[in-house]
Structures are given as structure tokens and as C-alpha cells.
Write a protein that binds this ligand. Sequence first.
Ligand SMILES: [Zn+2]
Length: 144
Amino acid sequence: MLPLALIVVAVVTVVFTLWPVLTGTTRRFETSHMDTPTGRLEQRKNIVLRNITDLDFEFAMGKMAEGDHTSMRDALKRQAGSILEQLEVLKQGDAVATARPANRPAHASNDATTGPSAAFCVHCGQKLPTVARFCSGCGEKVVS
Ligand SMILES: [Zn+2]
């Protein structure tokens, strides 16, 4: 009985540990994050900020001359500044481009809901595309 229990625990542990690898969840998440221009800039920003921290650390440890430290730090700060500027521009662009869908529930993102002839559910008041036969809010049959 005991060996069987141990085997079960071991299998569960291995599956649980490898689950993200087996299903590709982690990789998919990272890929989709990195695929956006904002994600790439965020990563560059993090690298530059880490470089500044490393630089300060090396200077503090006495591994670097003050002049070198100052000029390299200035260069990194300029880099970080330009990345932050690009991020700002991108985020503002994203806000304009995606403000509407981002603030709406997925089931209501259909553009038909915003048409001049859009209907409303008589049961719950959910705005509906005119082609909808069932309410996306409460699931009731749409009465037209
Ligand atoms: Zn409804």
C-alpha cells in the first residue's frame, strides 16, 4: 500500500511540475507578451535599468573609475529615457486604438452592437447586435 501511495505522489508531483511545459502555457504567455512592441520595450527598459544597477554596484565595489562610471551611467540614462518616451507614445497610441474594446466585456465587443439599429434585451437591458437570437447578457431568447 505504501509504495503505491508513494508512486502516486511522485507522478502527481512530476505532472504538476511539468504541467506548464507539457501544455506550453508558460511559453505561450511569454511569447505573446514579447510579441507586442510594448512588451519588447518593457524588456529593454528592464535590461537598461538592471545595467544601471550593475554599474552602480561595480562603482561602489571600486571596480570602476568615477569618470567611466559617470559617462556610462549618463549613456544608460539617455537610453532609458528614450525607451520610456517610446513606451509613452506606444501606450497613448494603444489607449486611443484599444480604449473601446479594452473597456468592454468580450461578449459585447462585436461592432454590430454599436450600429444605429442595435437592440436591447427586454429581460436584462443588455445591448445586442440586431442579428443576435439569444442575449449575451442573460441568455434569454431575444424578442424582436
Ligand atoms: Zn438579457
